[in-house]
Design a protein around this ligand. Structure first.
Ligand code: SF4
Ligand code: SF4
Length: 83
C-alpha cells in the first residue's frame, strides 16, 4: 500500500512537470502589423475566442490561445506567423 502511494505521487509529479513544460512551449502567433489588412479572418477562424481587435488590428490572448495555427494558415497576407 505504501509503495502504491509512492508510485502515485511519482506519476502526479511527472504529469505536473509535463503539463508545465507543455504550456511553456506553446507557440503563439506573432503579428506583422505592416502586412495586416484588418480583414478579420483570423478572428473568425479562431475556435478558442483568442483573438480580438484593437484599433483595427488583431490581438492574441495568450491565456486562451492553444497555438493551433489556424489563424496563421488562413491569414491572406502572411501577417500572422508562428515564430
Ligand atoms: S487574417 Fe491576417 S490580414 Fe486579416 S486581420 Fe488577421 S492578421 Fe490581419
Ligand atoms: S493559434 Fe489557434 S488558438 Fe491561437 S489565436 Fe490562432 S486560431 Fe486562435
Amino acid at each position: 500500500m505504501k509503495r502504491l502511494k509512492y508510485i502515485l505521487a511519482f506519476l502526479i509529479i511527472i504529469i505536473a512537470i509535463l503539463t508545465i513544460w507543455g504550456c511553456e512551449h506553446i507557440n503563439f502567433p506573432v503579428l506583422d502589423e505592416t502586412k495586416c489588412i484588418g480583414c478579420g479572418d483570423c478572428m473568425s477562424v479562431c475556435r478558442y475566442d483568442a483573438i480580438h481587435f484593437e484599433n483595427g488590428k488583431p490581438v492574441i490572448d495568450i491565456e486562451k490561445c492553444t497555438g493551433c495555427g489556424e489563424c496563421t494558415d488562413i491569414c491572406p497576407t502572411g501577417a500572422l506567423v508562428m515564430p
